[in-house]
Design a protein around this ligand. Structure first.
Ligand code: 3PG
Ligand code: MG
Length: 376
């Protein structure tokens, strides 16, 4: 895909550039717990500053409801930027203004006032048709930052020209959230591994009792059709489950933890793939020449249900093929288990990487392509 690059903006000296970044970082008690998204934006900031531009950065953080809310202030990000990229100005959370998510032209006008170029490096937010993503390219010479360009390169490369065998690994809670991407991946992968909460709807579609595990009744027929199509879908054949009375995230609450097969008694909740399944998935991943991993295999935040995600993550990290982790929970898991450095590409976008894999495009990319035809 051809999108305008930083070099296409021409001479940058003395120019004031509006940089849309995705500084939507995880916070705990006001502290940034993972600064990947800030580090990932630094090459673009440095390039612009070295070229003589003044950088005015902007981002959303969390989901404030269109009004200022100190809980979602960008102050913690501003403090990190002051150290890592001195001289960058950072606007306050874009979503403090209802015009951001509504893509209000008046808010776009406010954002671009005084700026003479626009750079989108917010890969993680480029699936949103929000003011700061799709608005400025209609008015200013615009380009993709280094991070956005790299994400698109890697993910479209995997989508369009994977080395084979290509193994997709999907997990996470819901089939309904990922149906589009399941179908897209079945079209391009040689095999698809399914774990996490979504596996139980597939297991139910095969006639298994799933006890009190997560189940989307209204997706059973869809899962059955996918399985009947003969697609190479690998499901768990053993499960780590929590018995009646137990609480997720609270080992002290009691409740028995047990390895079960694919039939769970009433009151039992499957919360991780079992060791046999983790070993089988490892074998499949080891043979792959391309791996795409999106979504944990279990509730890895609870140590009792972390083993499946840890084992699969380790297999991805040790795979000799080209390995990509879609953002969100699986990126958090890779970081938690210390595996991120061994993975070829850890995407900074969860929803954005899925939408790009599914559709091959994003609203933010289209805005940049259209811009190159109208502005410069
Ligand atoms: C993300 O964290 O996935 C992006 O920053 C987008 O955030 P959003 O889902 O609130 O639009
Ligand atoms: Mg590798």
């Amino acid at each position: 895909m051809s999108i305008p690059q930083l070099e296409d903006l021409g001479d940058m000296s003395g120019r004031r550039v509006l940089l849309r970044a995705d500084f939507n970082v995880p916070l705990a008690n006001g502290e940034i717990t993972d600064d990947l998204r800030i580090r990932a934006a630094l090459p673009t900031i440095k390039w612009l500053q070295d070229a003589g531009a003044t950088v005015v950065a902007c981002s959303h953080l969390g989901r404030p409801k269109g009004e200022p809310n100190p809980e979602f202030s960008l102050d913690p990000v501003r403090a990190v930027l002051a150290q890592r990229a001195p001289g960058v100005e950072l606007l306050e959370n874009l979503r403090f203004d209802p015009g951001e998510t509504a893509n209000d032209p008046a808010f776009v006008a406010e954002l671009i006032a005084g700026c003479d170029a626009y750079v989108n490096d917010a890969f993680g937010a480029s699936h949103r048709s929000h003011a700061s993503i799709v608005g400025p390219p209609q008015h200013l010479p615009s380009a993709a930052g280094r991070l956005l360009a790299k994400e698109v390169d890697v993910l479209l490369g995997v989508r369009n020209e994977p080395r084979r065998p290509f193994v997709g690994i999907l997990g996470g809670a819901k089939v309904s959230d990922k149906l589009g991407v399941i179908e897209a991946l079945l079209g391009i992968c040689d095999s698809l591994i399914v774990g996490g909460g979504m596996a139980f709807t597939f297991l139910a579609a095969k006639g298994n009792q799933v006890g009190s595990s997560l189940l989307e009744e209204d997706q059973i027929a869809t899962c059955k059709a996918l399985l009947d199509s003969g697609a190479a879908i690998h499901l768990p054949h053993d499960i780590t489950a929590l018995g009646p009375g137990g609480k997720i995230g609270d080992p002290d609450a009691g409740g028995e933890v047990r390895q079960v097969g694919t039939s769970m008694p009433d009151g039992w909740m499957g919360l991780d793939i079992g060791p046999g399944t983790a070993a089988e998935f490892t074998d499949i991943i080891t043979e792959a020449r391309t791996v795409l991993w999106n979504g944990p295999m279990g509730v890895f935040e609870d140590p009792r249900f972390a083993a499946g995600t840890h084992t699969v993550g380790q297999a991805v990290a040790e795979c000799r093929g080209f390995t990509v982790v879609g953002g969100g929970d699986s990126a958090a898991a890779a970081a938690k288990f210390g595996l991120a450095d061994q993975i070829d590409h850890v995407s900074t976008g969860g929803g954005a990487s899925l939408e790009l894999l599914e559709t091959g495009d994003l609203p933010g990319l289209k805005a940049l392509r259209d811009s190159s035809q109208t502005t410069s």
